[in-house]
Each structure stands twice: as C-alpha cells, then as structure tokens.
Ligand binder design. Structure first.
Ligand code: ATP
Length: 216
C-alpha cells in the first residue's frame, strides 16, 4: 500500500493553534500516514516575513515538540529558488511515485488566492486539494475557481479516489486565529497566550520578535 501524505504549507509567522488543530483533524479524517508542515522559505505571494525562515522553522519544531502525529518538512528552505508550491509537490511526487495519494491542505483564504500562484492549474495533477474553512475569512470564491470547484469537489469522503485531482472540504473545529492577529497583539504589548503553544510564545519573547521596532 502506498503511503498517504498530507502537506500543510504556510509562512507560519508564527505557527498557531489554527494550523495545528486543523492539521491533526485532517490527518485523522483522511487517515494519513503522515501530515507534514512545510514552512515556506521565500513566500512569493506574501510580504517578506519580519523574521527569518530559520526562526519560523524553529518555531514549528518547538510547536510540535514530541507530537508524533505531525512532522516538519523543510525542503523549501533547502532550495535557493522561490518556493513555488508546484515545485514542492513535484519533488514530493518524484519521491513517492505516481500511485501514492498526496494531499495539499490550504485554508479557504489561500485557496481563493490560487489563481495568482505559479502554474496553479498543475497542482491538481500532482495532489488532491483539501480546503480548510476559516471562520475569519468568508469571502466568495473568485470567478476563476468556480468551475474548478464545481467539477472537482467531492460530496463525501466515500468518493475519494486516486492519487490526485479532487477537491475536499472538511468540517473542522472553527478557530478564528491568524498569525496577523498574533503579530498585532504582540506588537501592541498585549498577550497572545493560548492562541499558540507556550514554547513558541516563549521563543518569540526571547528573540524579541514582532515588537513594534521589528514589525514588517
Ligand atoms: P497571516 O495572518 O500572516 O496571513 P495565517 O494565520 O493565515 O498567516 P499561514 O502561515 O499563512 O497563516 O497559513 C498557512 C495555511 O494555514 C494557509 O493555507 C491558511 O489558510 C491556513 N490557516 C491559517 N490559519 C488557519 C485557521 N485558523 N484555520 C484554518 N486554516 C488556517
């Protein structure tokens, strides 16, 4: 049997419970063998992060601690080119072979931005897409994605088949937490505790991240 692998890409600036809880729930619902968090090295669609890629990676490691259910995949930090998702999925597909089911997980906000991604039409040839609901983003799907959603979304997990090509939306515990909110709170000198793991918050304070004089 092929291994079933899920990838949750992100800037993780910083990683928080919205990412972690969603990752655990997707792993269980899809019976994945592995769910990997993939920090992006130089997010091409986003502002340059105010902290280094190594610091964001360190925070993901701290967040997971000894959590056996989740892994970190730092392949985007090994590359010196921009970290396009299509390249990440291609490199993983090369490792896993054509048969292995591969799942790329992204929030609704990120999915709505898909038409701006490099070679985004190829993503579904490489993986299934798993869309996470975000209670803090209720925008409508852009026109460019409506046909794709209609054609590829499966009504239930019983219809899931093949290594790639389907769109899956899952009910998950709604957590309206964003990294923007956390950076803002810390920048204002307010507490971000219980929005993210304590070891990550301790790291942020120790390294003076997201303080007003360090904001991006
Ligand atoms: P920012 O506020 O800086 O934009 P973010 O909180 O959205 O950051 P990212 O690292 O950009 O965090 O997110 C990585 C992926 O996780 C994205 O696909 C995003 O949509 C998804 N995600 C982030 N927060 C949540 C959440 N609370 N619930 C579900 N999905 C989430």
């Amino acid at each position: 049997m092929s291994r079933r692998i899920g990838l949750l890409g992100g800037t993780f600036n910083p990683v928080h419970f919205g990412h972690l809880r969603s990752a655990i729930e997707v792993r269980e619902r899809l019976a994945l063998d592995e769910l990997r968090l993939v920090p992006s090295a130089r997010p091409p669609h986003r502002e340059a992060p105010g902290v280094s890629a190594e610091q964001r990676l360190a925070m993901v490691h701290l967040a997971l601690g000894n959590t056996a259910e989740l892994q970190v995949d730092d392949r985007e930090l090994q590359r010196d080119k921009p970290s396009w998702t299509v390249d990440t999925l291609t490199s993983l597909r090369d490792e896993l072979g054509v048969e292995a089911p591969l799942f790329f997980i992204l929030g609704w906000d990120a999915f709505c931005g898909l038409p701006g991604w490099q070679r985004w039409q190829e993503l579904l040839e490489l993986a299934h897409l798993v869309i996470l609901q975000r209670p803090d983003f209720d925008q409508e799907a852009p026109e460019a994605l409506k046909d794709l959603l209609a054609a590829r979304t499966i009504a239930s997990l019983d219809a899931l088949q093949g290594p790639a090509g389907q769109i899956i939306t899952l009910e998950q515990t709604p957590l309206a937490i964003s990294a923007t909110q956390i950076r803002h709170l810390i920048g204002q000198g307010q507490s971000a505790r219980f929005l993210l793991p304590d070891p990550v918050l301790d790291y942020i304070h120790t390294h003076g991240l997201y303080r007003p004089d360090r904001q991006d």
